[in-house]
Design a protein. Structure first.
Lengths: 473, 231
C-alpha cells in the first residue's frame, strides 16, 4: 500500500499544472458550495429561531379546527398533568400555554388589527422569553443630538449612528452588530451610545392586567409606557371582548411582521377579555432538536397523551406551511445551484481523467506486461484520483472554516434595499452562517462520489487493457 | 535444459480485406543460458514471436511451453503473475516508470514479489553496480541518458531472477557506444547468471555477439544458426 501511495502521489505531480488546475476547480466548488449552503442554512436557522422558537414552537397542541379557523371558540381546557406528561417526553424543553386571538387595538385616533398572545409571564421565560425582547435602547433624535454634543464620535461612526435613527434595540450587542463595530470600537464607543439611548421598560407580573406592545405597533398607535390601549374583538362563542389595558412595556421583535402587530398579556387577563373561562387556544411545545424525525416522533407521543378527542398536536411546518414551503423552495433552489456547480466541476475532473488515461495507456501496458496485476494498477489510479479530489476537498473545507466561524459570530447585516426587501418578507435582515453540520461533511461525500464516478472510466480501461495494444500506443 | 518450447506456433491477423500470417508454423526450443537473436526484415514476425513468447500476445494456434507450463492454459491474471516470476522484459524505448528513481524502478518488480527489504536492497545495488549505474541510483529516468535508462531496464528485467529475458530491439534507440556497452553488460550477465537472453533485432552488433541467430522471413524460420555453446 505504501508503494502504491508513493507511485500515485508522484504520478499526481507529473503534470503539476494540470493537477493544480483540477484541484483548484474542486477547491472553489467545495469552498463556494460550503459557504453558500452555510449562509442558506444559517438564514433558515435564524428564521426558525426568530419565528418558531419565539411564537409557534416546534409543536402545538390545539383544537383540531383551530388552525383553519383561529377563533377563541376553539379554545380547550387543559390541566397541569398534561403539561407534566408532555414535559417528561424526550427532547422537550418547555411546554407553555397560550391563548391567542385577534382584536382591534385603538389609541387616540389610531386603530389597527393586532394579534394578541396571552402568556404565563414566568413560564414563557422558558420559551420565547419576552422579557429579553423588552426595548432597552432607542436611537431617538434627542439621543443622537446628545451623543453629537457630548461624545467625540468620529464622523464615520456618527454617520452610521444616524443611519439607524428611530430604531429600538433590546440588546447592546445588536446595536454593535448593526453599527459594524469591531471589539475595540465596541469598547470605545458603546458606553457613550448606551448612556444616551437607555430606555426604562417594564414586564408583566403573573396576574397583571397590563400589556406589552411590540415596538412598531406602539409607534403606530403612538403609545408609550403608562398609556392605555383599547382592545375590541369577539370573545368566546360570540361574546363581545372589550377592555382597556395599560401599557407595561415595549418589546422589540426580530420579525418585522410580528413587530408590527403584537400585543402580549397574561392568560388570566385574556381569559377575562375573551370570556373563555379556564380555556387556552394552544400548548406550545419547544424541543431541543430541529430534526424532522424528532418532530414526527414527539408529535405521535403527544397525541397519545391527549384525552380530549377534539385536540391534536401539529408540527411547526403544519402550523406555518408558507414559511416551510419558502424554506423548502429556497433550499431546493440552493441545492440545484450546487448541483450545477458540481456538474461543471465533474467534467473538469473527468477531462483530467481522459487526458491521463490517454497519455498513460502505454505506461499501463508496460506495468501489466512486467507483472503488475490489473487490480493493483486500478488501486494506484483510484488513489491518484482520490488524492486529486482530496487535495481540493480538504483545502476547500479548510478555507471555508474561518469564514463560517467569522460570519457565525459576526453575521452580515443587510442594509438599504436588501434590508427593506427582507423585512417586507417578514424576515430579520441578518444573514448568519450555519454552524458546522452534515452540510459541511456532505461536501466530502459529493466530491468522493464525483471522483468515484470519474474513476470508473480509467478502471474500465485498465480492466479491458490488452497489453500488446497498450504497448503500441 | 529446455527453457522455452514453441510447437507449431501460428499467428494470423484477420483484417477486413486480407489475412496476414505473421508467424507461420514456428517450432523452436531455447535452452538455459542462451544468448539468442531473432533477426529478419521489418514485418517478418520477430516482435510478434517475441510477444507471444512473453505471453503478451496469444498464438492463433500452436503451443508455447515455458518451464513445463503451457501459456495458453493460463488465465489473464495467472499470465501476468507468470510473467512477473519467470520473464524479464527490455523494451526498445526503455519504458521505465518515470516517477520512480533508478533504484525504485529496479525494486519495483521485487516489491510486486514482496521480497524482504534487506535482500531487495542488496539485489538492487548489486544489479545497478553490475550495469555501471551504482552512482546514479537516486536519479529519475528523465535525468538519465538513453543508454543509462536502458541499463536500468536491464537491471529491472533481471531483478526477480527470471528464467529468461526478452529484449525487443534494445539497442535501436541508442548511439553506438551506449549500444556496445549495453550489449557487453548483457553478455556478462548472461554469462554470470545463466539467464537466457532472446533479442529481436536488426542490429549487426547484437547478431555478432549472439551465440545463436534465428532468421525469420514472412513469419517462417528460414535459418537457425548456432555459433557456439551457451555460456
Amino acid at each position: 500500500m505504501k508503494d502504491e501511495l508513493k507511485i500515485a502521489w508522484r504520478n499526481l505531480w507529473r503534470n503539476r499544472r494540470r493537477t493544480l488546475i483540477t484541484s483548484a476547480s474542486v477547491f472553489f466548488a467545495v469552498f463556494f458550495a460550503v459557504i453558500m449552503r452555510s449562509y442558506q442554512l444559517g438564514s433558515y436557522d435564524h428564521m426558525i429561531i426568530n419565528f418558531i422558537e419565539s411564537f409557534t414552537g416546534y409543536i402545538q397542541v390545539q383544537h383540531e379546527k383551530y388552525q383553519d379557523n383561529p377563533l377563541v371558540d376553539y379554545a380547550f381546557e387543559y390541566n397541569d398533568s398534561l403539561v407534566d406528561a408532555i414535559s417528561k417526553l424526550d427532547r422537550v424543553v418547555s411546554v407553555t400555554p397560550h391563548l391567542e386571538s385577534f382584536t382591534l387595538a385603538s389609541s387616540g385616533t389610531q386603530t389597527k388589527g393586532v394579534a394578541v398572545i396571552a402568556i404565563d409571564p414566568e413560564k414563557e421565560k422558558e420559551f420565547s422569553n419576552p422579557e429579553s425582547k423588552l426595548v432597552k435602547y432607542r436611537i431617538t433624535d434627542e439621543a443622537i443630538s446628545q451623543i453629537g454634543a457630548e461624545d467625540q464620535l468620529p464622523e464615520k461612526i456618527f454617520a452610521k449612528l444616524k443611519q439607524i435613527r428611530g430604531r429600538s434595540y433590546s440588546s447592546a450587542a445588536r446595536i454593535a452588530l448593526e453599527m459594524g463595530f469591531s471589539d475595540k470600537e465596541t469598547q470605545q464607543y458603546m458606553p457613550g451610545i448606551l448612556h444616551h439611548t437607555g430606555f426604562s421598560n417594564g414586564y408583566l407580573t403573573a396576574r397583571d392586567d397590563g400589556i406589552l406592545v411590540s415596538e412598531r405597533l406602539a409607534a403606530y398607535l403612538k403609545v408609550a409606557i403608562g398609556d392605555s390601549v383599547i382592545l375590541m374583538g369577539q370573545g368566546y362563542h360570540g361574546s363581545t371582548a372589550t377592555g382597556l389595558f395599560p401599557v407595561r412595556g415595549i418589546i422589540k421583535l426580530p420579525s418585522p411582521e410580528m413587530d408590527n402587530k403584537l400585543i402580549i398579556m397574561t392568560i388570566p387577563a385574556a381569559q377575562r377579555l375573551f370570556d373563555t373561562g379556564d380555556r387556552i387556544t394552544s400548548l406550545v411545545v419547544n424541543l431541543n432538536s430541529k430534526s424532522e424525525r424528532t418532530l414526527k416522533k414527539t408529535k405521535v407521543l403527544i397525541n397519545s397523551l391527549l384525552s380530549d378527542e377534539n385536540t391534536t398536536s401539529k408540527t411547526w411546518y403544519e402550523l406555518n406551511p408558507i414559511l416551510y414551503q419558502q424554506i423548502q423552495g429556497d433550499s431546493q433552489t440552493g441545492m440545484a445551484m450546487l448541483g450545477i456547480l458540481y456538474f461543471i466541476i465533474f467534467f473538469g475532473i473527468f477531462g483530467t481523467v481522459l487526458m491521463m488515461v490517454s497519455e498513460r495507456k502505454r505506461e499501463f501496458g508496460v506495468l501489466v506486461s512486467i507483472g503488475m496485476q490489473k487490480t493493483k494498477l486500478k488501486r494506484i489510479v483510484t488513489i491518484e484520483m482520490l488524492l486529486l479530489g482530496g487535495i481540493g476537498l480538504v483545502s476547500g473545507l479548510l478555507a471555508s472554516v474561518p469564514l463560517i466561524l467569522y460570519f457565525y459570530y459576526y453575521p452580515v447585516v443587510l442594509k438599504g434595499d436588501l434590508d427593506n426587501t427582507m423585512e417586507d418578507y417578514g424576515w430579520d435582515a441578518v444573514m448568519p452562517t450555519a454552524w458546522f453540520g452534515p452540510y459541511f461533511y456532505w461536501q466530502a461525500v459529493v466530491v468522493a462520489l464525483m471522483v468515484v464516478v470519474a474513476t470508473i472510466y480509467p478502471l474500465r480501461k485498465i480492466g479491458s487493457l490488452k497489453e500488446i495494444e497498450a504497448l503500441r500506443a | 535444459m529446455k527453457v522455452i518450447e514453441l510447437k507449431n506456433v501460428n499467428k494470423i491477423y484477420n483484417s477486413s480485406e486480407v489475412k496476414v500470417h505473421a508467424v507461420n508454423d514456428v517450432t523452436l526450443d531455447f535452452t538455459e543460458a542462451e544468448f539468442a537473436a531473432i533477426v529478419g526484415p521489418s514485418g517478418s514476425g520477430k516482435t510478434t514471436l517475441l510477444n507471444m513468447i512473453g505471453g503478451l500476445d496469444q498464438p492463433t494456434s500452436g503451443d508455447i511451453i515455458i518451464g513445463g507450463t503451457n501459456l495458453s492454459a493460463l488465465r489473464s491474471s495467472q499470465l501476468i503473475d507468470f510473467r512477473l516470476h519467470h520473464i524479464g522484459f527490455v523494451f526498445q524505448s526503455y519504458n521505465l516508470i518515470p516517477v520512480l528513481t533508478a533504484k525504485e524502478n529496479v525494486e519495483f518488480i521485487m516489491n510486486l514479489q514482496k521480497w524482504p527489504e534487506k535482500e531487495k536492497n542488496e539485489r538492487t545495488l548489486e544489479l545497478l553496480n553490475a550495469v555501471g549505474l551504482g552512482d546514479r541510483i537516486n536519479s529519475r529516468p528523465g535525468k538519465l541518458s538513453g543508454g543509462q535508462q536502458q541499463r536500468v531496464a536491464v537491471a529491472r528485467a533481471l531483478a526477480s531472477r527470471p528464467k529468461f529475458v526478452l529484449a525487443d530491439e534494445p539497442t535501436a534507440n541508442l548511439d553506438s557506444k551506449s549500444a556496445t556497452t549495453l550489449l557487453e553488460i548483457m553478455e556478462k550477465l548472461n554469462h554470470e547468471s545463466k539467464i537466457t537472453f532472446i533479442f529481436s533485432t536488426h542490429d549487426p552488433r547484437v547478431v555478432k555477439m549472439a551465440h545463436r541467430v534465428i532468421t525469420l522471413e514472412d513469419g517462417k524460420v528460414i535459418s537457425d544458426d548456432i555459433k557456439g555453446m551457451p555460456a
